[in-house]
Design a protein around this ligand. Structure first.
Ligand code: ADP
Ligand code: MG
Length: 353
């Protein structure tokens, strides 16, 4: 059992609240992401798990046991460092073997684990090289391999692939996800990239300025964001957040520019959220009922097209499949199914209906 839990953990640096009353449980064998903008407290959480920082208050538990007073070495959680802190005078092979050799693991077992991890990370052909002879991506893989050969309770990674170029990043995250599934180990992962978080996480926690705003499976959060803050962070293009008013038993979205049939009014409503993929765009024909809107710009991306439209007081983005015949400055009609609309109050919290 290697569940990792925080119970009302807080951490300040001088006047800065780095983490405020955080409570969460990371399950055994889970790929768990902390996701949030820079300075939101992600690295602080990892340092608290590692034992490099002490919480000001609250309790940290590993496998059900409080570890506040347990030293980093005894916690047996392995950090995969972002800046690839490999020993420069050692080959990739010796770097990977190091944590095991240091613990006097028998030679045969070291070789077996080395072969296992090099196969998983596809780095057999670079084992003889020194760190200086490796590319950035290769160094990253060697650093990951070195953490993998230990047998820790959990692996921690702090934005491990942000230094890679976009193509290698896509490849590496798939590999990480696959490695985690094969190893069946808890992986705690920090990223500031929403697509990366969505792609790899079994569950994730979303941070805002030291506060955990929502915890859940990526699609659960995507479909049911608890606030406009969370709603805006996940998805690209991001969710349209539009001013709305309850008008009789109906809701008027963006001054009526987006037609939504049968959306029942909620008194506290201030804004609605509509994902770009949920907005339907059709050419406007003279004499049609409803409200026409002017197309502001069109981005053809091949497989799909982003259409930006001036809808009443708002600028709305719609994501359309393929290459629709819609041009800038033409008039269109916008609509959306009631089921796809998210309701938010004045302070940005989600409202149920
Ligand atoms: P993230 O990893 O999400 O970028 P951090 O956990 O590094 O965020 O930082 C959270 C907040 O705590 C920030 O406001 C940061 O400036 C502050 N902070 C982090 N570490 C220190 C430190 N050693 N001394 C002072 N302030 C710190
Ligand atoms: Mg950080």
């Amino acid at each position: 059992m290697a569940e990792i839990a925080f119970r009302n953990v807080g951490k300040r640096y001088g006047g800065t609240v780095a983490l405020s009353d955080a409570s969460f449980t990371i399950h055994d064998n889970e790929f768990f992401c902390f996701f949030g903008p820079p300075l939101s407290g992600k690295s602080t959480i990892l340092r608290l798990i590692l034992g490099l920082e002490m919480p000001d208050h609250g309790e940290i538990l590993i496998g059900g046991k409080p570890v506040n007073a347990v030293s980093p070495a005894e916690r047996n959680v392995a950090m995969v460092f972002q800046n690839l802190a490999l020993f420069p005078h050692m080959s990739a092979r010796d770097n990977i073997r190091f944590p095991l050799a240091e613990r006097k693991v028998p030679q045969a077992e070291i070789e077996r684990k080395l072969a296992d991890v090099t196969a998983k990370l596809h780095i057999g052909h670079i084992l003889h090289k020194q760190p200086a002879q490796l590319s950035g991506g290769e160094r990253q893989r060697v650093a990951i391999a070195r953490a993998l050969v230990r047998d820790p309770v959990a692996y921690l990674m702090d934005d491990p692939i942000s230094a890679l170029d976009a193509r290698l990043r896509e490849e590496t995250r798939v590999e990480l996800k696959r490695i985690q599934r094969e190893l069946g180990k808890t992986l705690i992962y920090v990223t500031h990239d929403q697509e990366e978080a969505m792609s790899v996480a079994d569950r994730m926690a979303i941070l805002e300025a030291g506060v955990i705003r929502q915890v859940g499976a990526p699609l659960e959060i995507y479909d049911h964001p608890a606030s406009t803050y969370v709603a805006r962070l996940l998805g690209s293009p991001m969710m349209n957040i539009l001013p709305s008013t309850a008008s009789g038993r109906d809701i008027r979205v963006a001054d009526g520019a987006i037609a939504v049939e049968g959306l029942a009014g909620v008194a506290e409503i201030a804004e609605v959220g509509v994902r770009p993929e949920d907005i339907k765009v059709s050419a406007w024909t003279q004499g049609q009922s409803g409200t026409p809107s002017r197309v502001y710009e069109v981005e053809p991306l091949g497989g799909y097209t982003v259409v930006t439209v001036d809808a009443g007081p708002s600028r709305v983005r719609a994501l359309m499949r393929g290459q629709p015949d819609i041009r800038p400055e033409t008039m269109v009609a916008l609509s959306c199914d009631a089921a796809a609309v998210h309701l938010f109050s004045r302070n940005g919290t989600a409202l149920s209906r």
